[in-house]
Design a protein around this ligand. Structure first.
Ligand code: PBG
Length: 309
């Protein structure tokens, strides 16, 4: 009766990794229990998750090297598998809330989220590519765009383009306070998207900074974001709380790949009770102020929590 916080399956967004082809299911070695799936199996996965009460999905493409280039051309090619599968998922399951990733890195031969020239990531040139990508994704019928790249001005740029092209009902979940973090490595294994040189510190935030998150939140809010996201979640619970107390927008937190892998690895060794620690972790993120949690634990949580809806 006096319990202050509860995590519900409907609070969760399940990130999924998409492969080209058919009948492919490849486990991410650094994320036990998480698979890259081809489109046909992705449809089955979404169906199963919906039946478990998971209502929202964030789908990322794993692109083969031969299709990557400097300007991420495949990211807005409607014949490329990612956009085709997004469309199929929304046609088959209109009730599924589908979020996409707007960033160059899965399609970039440089492995960066921005356009690279002479070893530099160019902000404004990147926006043009992100705009084409966002429009192509919106045209598939998806619900939420997730600009995950941290270029300046991208939320306003994308919002403006969406509205001009009739996609007024597509939301933007901005990666508002995304830190340059060591916790993303398993994700980069999953997509084979690690930077080919340097790091992402010129566009992602310095983990030492807190007030800067407020500046990012103000900018994203003015530019028209519908959700503000903090990422990673666990080492940044103070940032989640800060944004929650300074904004009336829904706050999302991304419980990232490395946070998942740590718990899984310790549980496999018998050092932690995986189920218990998963629930405690999600609870802490919600208690800090997250309304929505992106987590690779979504399916496991839904199963484990199914008699407690
Ligand atoms: C890149 C992107 C990353 C994640 C989501 N989108 C990694 C990065 O910035 O290098 C990380 C997600 C995770 O670790 O679970 N646009």
């Amino acid at each position: 009766m006096v319990e202050e916080t509860q995590v519900k399956t409907s609070d969760l967004i399940f990130p999924l990794f998409l492969l080209d082809g058919r009948n492919k299911k490849v486990e991410v070695s650094s994320m036990p229990g998480i698979f890259r799936l081809s489109g046909d199996l992705m449809l089955k996965e979404v169906e199963e998750c919906l039946s478990l009460g998971i209502t929202a999905f964030d789908i990322f493409p794993a692109v083969e090297d031969q299709y990557k280039d400097k300007t991420a051309t495949r990211s807005y090619d409607e014949n490329f598998f990612y956009l085709k599968v997004l469309k199929e998922v929304k046609q088959r399951f209109p009730e599924a809330c589908v979020m996409t990733d707007v960033a160059m890195d899965p399609y970039s031969s440089d492995g960066h989220d921005g356009f690279v020239q002479d070893g530099k990531i160019l902000n404004d040139e990147t926006l043009e590519i992100l705009g084409k990508m966002a429009l192509a994704q919106a045209a598939t019928g998806i619900d939420i765009l997730g600009p995950s790249d941290m270029m300046d001005g991208r939320v306003g740029y994308i919002r403006n383009l969406l509205d001009k092209n009739g996609f007024t009902d597509v939301s933007i979940m901005s990666y508002t306070a995304k830190y340059a973090s060591g916790f993303y490595n398993p994700f980069r294994d999953a997509l084979d998207s690690a930077p080919k040189f340097g790091d992402k510190k010129t566009y992602q935030m310095n983990p030492a900074n807190k007030r800067e998150a407020l500046i990012e939140a103000e900018l994203d809010t003015e530019e028209g974001a519908d959700f503000l996201m903090v990422k990673p979640a666990l080492a940044y619970l103070d940032i989640i709380q800060l944004l929650k107390s300074n904004s009336n927008l829904p706050i999302a937190a991304y419980n990232v790949s490395g946070e998942y892998s740590m718990i899984k690895a310790a549980a496999q060794k018998g050092w932690l009770d995986g189920d218990r620690v998963m629930k405690e972790t999600l609870l802490s993120i919600k208690r800090a102020g997250a309304d929505v949690i992106l987590t690779y634990f979504a399916k496991e949580f839904a199963r484990s929590n199914s008699n407690n809806q």
